[in-house]
Ligand binder design. Sequence first.
Ligand SMILES: [Zn+2]
Length: 196
Amino acid sequence: MNIGEIKKDRKFWQRMLREAGFYDGAIDGIRGPKQRTAETKWEAACLGLAQLHGTFDQRSEENILTLLPNAQKVARQWLAAARKMAAGMGVQVKIICGTRSYAEQDRLYAKRPRVTNARGGQSWHNFGLAFDFGVFSADGKEYYDEHKCYKIFGQKAAEIEGAEWGGAWKSFKDEPHVQMRRFSSIKEARAEFERS
Ligand SMILES: [Zn+2]
């Protein structure tokens, strides 16, 4: 999803603004003055991070901009480092997935053949905290769903303050996945995100 699509899901977008610390109004889907102020703060935060940490390819940018500002910071710091490593290894690295609204997650859940076991509110990607990266050929045309670079780039993510790499998880290893270290479980993240 891109940020424009996320904003169309009005309540979801209000929850994102609240998680970013910019909005303390009602989660009612009505765009009032508090929300407009929050959106101005959001835009300024995104712009500041892009100026400080740099911008990347279009696909990565689209996905980064769906993340909470704290997660955008991690994503930009990590991608800058990973791209330097990738250049020396003859591959490209991009952020291929960011935030999905609950509605989008439900739409994916309904797909056959099955692409996810998570419904809206059951994925780390539903709270603005998580992104997935992809490894591609040097010309960017071929996507590798398995490659030794997942581990190498993922370990780099684990070095960034406040970040957690899915490849380090004990039960289910998710090598393309990086997220903010903020909640100990999806259940906990969901309770925070959905509070009224
Ligand atoms: Zn993921």
